[in-house]
Design a protein around this ligand. Structure first.
Ligand code: GLN
Length: 546
């Protein structure tokens, strides 16, 4: 029997609902249950694929090619369960599906309405594509009280009623602010938020209260009284120094126990909770044996949500090597306007150029590649970063001074060009410059074949057939392969048909790797991605040398 846990947020946004959901999922998993996590996003875009990283943060890509919310990244990192297209939906997608059905005449003459048609489509989404999950945790984006969220709240209210108390539970995450002048933690915003939720027919079963200090017993009792929940179901969620401590803290606060009790499943489970891996991870993060510094030369560096998975994956590389990874986020444009700015890269132990779009800052990234190549500093180029590394090698090693990317317009030597045809399994995908922008990139998991004896094959532990996730419209043009190889750039990973360059590495360099895919999407705290583990190891070596 699958049980559904709905997680809503109140008072303010950015309370970490995604991490709260992911951590509860991890705790239920640690008790031996099978979990799945889903996210309902109330905005109108069909998916976040066309949104600026400044608007939305990172677009997380699943194996099956969904461009989805970054919370799905937390779900995967915390539970190891691979997310799918069917784990994230937006208002836009729900409406576009309903409208497509209406155009086909599937509503048989009915007036198509929010209730029941939109709410039915939401309920169908929440309950479909499941197998034998014990728990589905379903997070509702936004904050209770938002206009856009109403159809989703109505749908989960209906589901709560249809499934019954044995199968549905409502968690509400709120903020308990501390008012210094009063010297008190305030319960009122939470009371109002719970009331707001009640006004759409949902009674919260469990309150998870974010707070920067312990919640006194009287505040907890007051909340319980006014919000109609039991005092032990007011879960204290204190700020923590690492998100990987959240499962431990929630467990201590009784979150998972209260969920199970509410479902009538709690008896005698305590001895079965094994959080050793979580405790070890936190220990490794808090007590590293050393430190390396990595410069991330990107474009959206003042919004770290834009590089969420990358940030985590670099941390995982640190966990794998028992070091703290200090990150210096650098806006690549500074290298274009100020030649002196490169001095900022002097002391770093590794340079990473992440994924990105558009011409702004591209030359600054190329300058960072040159610096890493010439100074023999470990270099990791991801997607756009790989493309810039290849352009740099073409210009400065292979004698192709006009090398560029057609992403920025016509150029003399399109070393990186528009990807117009590729194979997904047996299907040939075709694109042109005139296509829609949404959902038309090369997206999701694709196989890659590693060259025997390459550094990459070693990094992947001898495995030659790998699969990684993609999100790009342009690719390295193999017409330049021979010239680039003669200049020292090895094509050590290719699509199985040998057409698409997936990985390049530089000969005669301590660690210089460019990958067309996004390895950060698959890195997990318990299973750091081999490329990040290896990159950080190379940074440690570099630190020893200086
Ligand atoms: N803008 C580049 C492309 O579309 C790289 C994309 C990326 O880094 N994700 O190919």
């Amino acid at each position: 029997m699958t049980r559904f846990i709905f997680i809503t947020g109140g008072v303010v946004s950015s309370l970490g609902k995604g991490i709260a959901s992911a951590a509860l999922g991890a705790l239920l998993q640690a008790r031996g249950y099978k979990v799945r996590l889903r996210k309902l996003d109330p905005y109108i875009n069909v998916d976040p694929g066309t949104m600026s990283p400044y608007q939305h943060g990172e677009v997380y890509v699943t194996d099956d090619g969904a461009e989805s919310d970054l919370d799905l990244g937390h779900y995967e990192r915390f539970t190891g369960v691979a997310t799918r297209q069917s784990d994230n939906v937006t208002t836009g997608r729900i409406y576009s599906n309903v409208i497509a059905r209406e155009r086909k005449g599937e509503y048989l003459g009915a007036t198509v309405q929010v209730i029941p048609h939109i709410t039915d489509a939401i309920k169908e989404f929440v309950t479909s594509d499941l197998t034998d999950e014990d728990f589905v945790l379903c997070e509702i984006g936004g904050t209770v009280g938002d206009i856009e969220g109403l159809p989703f709240l109505e749908a989960i209210r209906q589901l709560g009623n249809e499934l019954g108390r044995e199968r549905a539970l409502f968690v509400h995450l709120t903020l308990m602010p501390y008012i210094p002048a009063a010297g008190e933690i305030k319960t009122k915003p939470t009371q109002h938020s719970v009331k707001e939720l009640l006004s759409v027919g949902i009674q919260a079963d469990i309150l998870v209260c974010r707070s920067d200090r312990p919640i006194p017993e009287d505040a907890r009792r007051k909340l319980a009284l006014f919000c109609n929940v039991q005092p032990e179901r007011v879960i204290e969620a204190l700020d923590v120094d690492t998100i990987y401590d959240v499962p431990n803290c929630y467990h201590e606060a009784g979150f998972d126990t209260e969920v199970l009790k509410r479902f009538g499943m709690a008896e005698g489970h305590e001895s079965e909770v094994d959080l050793t891996a979580w405790r070890n991870t936190v220990h490794r993060i808090r007590e590293p044996e050393g430190e390396v510094s990595i410069a991330v030369v990107g474009k959206y560096t003042n919004l770290l949500d834009a590089y969420k998975s990358l940030n985590e994956a670099l941390g995982h590389g640190g966990i794998a090597n028992n070091v703290r990874v200090k990150l210096d986020w650098i806006e690549s444009e500074i290298f274009e306007s100020d030649a002196e700015a490169l001095a900022r890269l002097e002391g770093v132990n590794g340079i990473l150029v992440p994924g990105g779009f558009g011409e702004r800052g591209a030359e600054g990234k190329v300058a960072a590649v040159t610096f890493a190549r010439e100074r023999k500093i470990p270099f990791f180029g991801i997607c756009f970063g790989m493309q810039m590394a290849v352009i740099e090698a073409a210009r400065n090693l292979a004698g192709v001074p006009g090398a560029g990317s057609t992403e920025f317009g016509e150029c003399a030597d399109p070393v990186v060009g528009l990807l117009t045809e590729w194979k997904r399994g047996n299907v040939v995908e075709q694109r042109s410059g005139a296509d829609d922008k949404g959902g038309t990139m090369r997206l999701g998991a694709y196989p890659c074949r590693l060259a025997e004896g390459s550094r990459l094959a070693e990094i992947y532990g001898g495995e030659l057939n790998i699969s990684e996730r993609h999100r790009h419209r342009y690719e390295v043009n193999i017409d330049y392969r021979e010239r680039l190889e003669a200049a020292g750039l090895i094509f050590s990973g290719m699509s199985p048909d040998g057409v698409l360059p997936e990985i390049v590495e530089l000969r005669d360099h301590p660690w210089f790797v460019g990958v067309q895919f996004h390895p950060e999407l698959k890195s997990k705290p318990f299973h750091p991605h081999p490329l990040f583990a290896s990159f950080i190891q190379a940074a440690i070596e570099q630190a020893r040398l200086v």
